[in-house]
Write a protein that binds this ligand. Sequence first.
Ligand SMILES: [Zn+2]
Length: 298
Amino acid sequence: MSAEADRCPWCAAALAPEPRTAFHVKRCRSCGVGVTRPRPSADDLASAYGPAYRPADGRFLGVTDALLRRTRGALARRIDALAPPGPVLDIGAGDGTLLAALRGRGRDAVGLEREATGPDIRDADVEELDGGWAAIVLWHSLEHLPEPSRVLAAAATRLAPGGVLVVAVPNLDSLQARAFGARWLALDVPRHIVHLPAPALTARLGELGLDVERVSHWRGGQVAFGWLHGMVAALPGHRDLYDALRVPAARLSSQPPNERRAAVALAVLCAPAALSGALLEVAVKRGGSVHVEARRGP
Ligand SMILES: [Zn+2]
């Protein structure tokens, strides 16, 4: 690990050295964002993104994958309505579901991903691309990037005049992050490198010269599920609901079948309370994830 690399991924302040222990989140003393410590090595990340992370046949049991496709369809509709004419760039395109939905609306769309899986998904850095994008999307991907600050700045300068940047990230300032601490679903260490409180993101977008038009504490997704997962994890047994809902090839832990069934049963019991938690945090604008739309001037 080089000294050069051990800096805050958000503000570039030097971070105190950290012993090689289990991954955890520590606030940067300079900017206040959460940073995954110790900094994951390339090997750590390669194993964290192993075949189980995103199997070709989908990640979740039953309706969950279909639900994800529908929410990507709604996101594509919104981006199409917000952005001026022109192509859309999806940084962290995953399996290309959003790209397909955008193309279905007649938009040219290109994705970036650490492993290119299709003709319109490239393994490239945003800095290698030309500008002129009508919209650039970072949908739950900014927190995965080793250099989120650099990528966000590069994205901002590659928007066409009037173009819009759409960013969704887990919100470290959410009520669910506070309630569940180290058990909060969206910490997802070591895959998440940086853990942003919503105000840190909106402030940075302003510094990059963009006009923040909308901050939604609901549209970022996983708000109710974050509560549900956290409640099941906090109850005796500390079961992993997220893993229990994944298809066998996508499971990240080795929960026996009866434990998985118990996790799902507890989730059913917790559902009303989880929904209340979600509604409360959305109402006080401290949602579990935050969706921000910011526009470049004409
Ligand atoms: Zn910092």
